[in-house]
Ligand binder design. Structure first.
Ligand code: AQP
Length: 343
């Protein structure tokens, strides 16, 4: 009797929690931009919400990938999720390619999305300019797959970066359109409005965001870069022709370094200014580099421990994919029934 009461109350508590879905592409080792802008913030969500954190490897192939590298970076990304503090017992953490329902729902939703809507997506325009030799249909229909990722799990909230806001709007439109035809099938997702992580900029072109696929390796810091590499990249970071540090929009290189310090130490911008304004650029870079290394080292240490334990990682991958698949199927079954596919 006692046991039943306990089970009920724990299920009820679970029901009250809202669902969050987010993911990262396994297009290489993630940068400190991905870490401070997304991953580190996810860790704070895991107690309050039911979270799904996906390695969105289906999205990764919209850009050419080398098979062995893709496999490796997907596995590394999952290990980094755990190393950064995401608990695989609390969250559902899995590869998108292990849960075929994503692709299946994506096809269905594609039939409820207009070409005009996709034509308006700015990320497609940017990415197709960047990859002129490979403007594939997947790059164009990417937002539909993203809608499927989100809607499959009846997601309430999506922590989105600036670049993905337009895609989330489209996911909401598709969900509402579908619900208007078939009744309440999908939860209409909202953006997660929490403490926004800083946008970390390129170290070589500080008006552009830091990206893991940047051709210039000095433009980004990978979360797995060794301390001496980190120090060197910070040392080479582009600043300006002034000599002492001031936090200002028209000094983007220095501002970016100070933002990195603030993220690495957890200090507010006000405290960061107090600590760093007036420093010469040599000193500034040394202090920022050391703070960053101190933040990255424990994550890297845990990452290598997790990676060594192959059986542990394999079991997490399998178990979490099964859970995701089970949850995804609940929605997909409903969708198919509503549409009129034979049972
Ligand atoms: N520079 C950044 N600063 C803060 N946040 C960032 N994010 C990405 N870059 C920065 C956030 O990281 C999450 C995962 O991103 P993604 O892997 O889905 O792809 P992305 O946004 O396209 O990141 P990259 O590094 O630029 O990847 P590539 O080079 O492969 O396209 C998102 O929440 C994003 O906002």
């Amino acid at each position: 009797m006692m046991k039943r009461v306990n089970t009920l109350s724990s299920e009820q508590t679970k029901e009250k929690k809202q669902t969050i879905f987010s993911g990262m592409q396994s297009t290489g080792v993630i940068t400190i931009g991905n870490y401070f802008g997304a991953l580190k913030n996810w860790v704070k969500l895991q107690d309050e919400y039911n979270c799904l954190f996906c390695v969105v490897d289906l999205h990764s192939i919209t850009v050419k990938q080398e098979p062995a590298k893709l496999r490796q970076s997907s596995r590394d990304l999952l290990a980094l999720y755990i190393a950064a503090g995401l608990d695989p017992e609390k969250n559902v953490m899995y590869y998108q390619s292990h849960v075929p329902q994503h692709a299946e729902l994506s096809w269905i939703l594609g039939c409820y999305t207009y070409m005009g809507e996709l034509n308006r997506m700015t990320q497609f325009k940017e990415k197709s300019q960047k990859h002129v030799e490979n403007i594939n249909a997947g790059l164009f229909t990417y937002p539909i797959l993203m809608a499927a990722d989100i809607l499959l799990y009846q997601t309430d909230l999506v922590p989105v970066g600036h670049d993905q806001k337009q895609h989330l709007e489209l996911s909401r439109d598709i969900a509402e359109r579908f619900n208007n035809i078939y009744g309440n099938v999908f939860t209409v997702p909202n953006p997660y409005i929490g403490k926004v992580g800083a946008r970390i900029m390129s170290l070589q072109e500080p008006t552009k965001k830091m990206s893991k696929s940047d051709e210039n390796v000095n433009a980004f810091i990978s979360l797995l870069d060794e301390p001496n590499v980190v120090m060197n990249k910070i040392k080479r970071a582009v600043t300006d022709s002034e000599t002492t540090a001031i936090y200002a929009d028209d000094r983007p290189g220095v501002k970016n370094l100070m933002d990195i310090y603030s993220c690495a130490t957890g200090e507010t911008i006000e405290k960061t200014k107090e600590a760093l304004e007036g420093k010469g650029y040599g000193d500034l870079k040394k202090i920022v580099g050391e703070a960053l290394v101190a933040e990255m080292e424990p994550v890297q240490k845990r990452f290598f421990e997790i990676k060594q334990d192959k059986a542990y990682l394999d079991s997490i991958i399998k178990k979490n994919a099964e859970t995701a698949s089970y949850l995804a199927n609940k929605t997909l079954r409903k969708v198919k029934k509503k549409i009129g596919f034979p049972e």
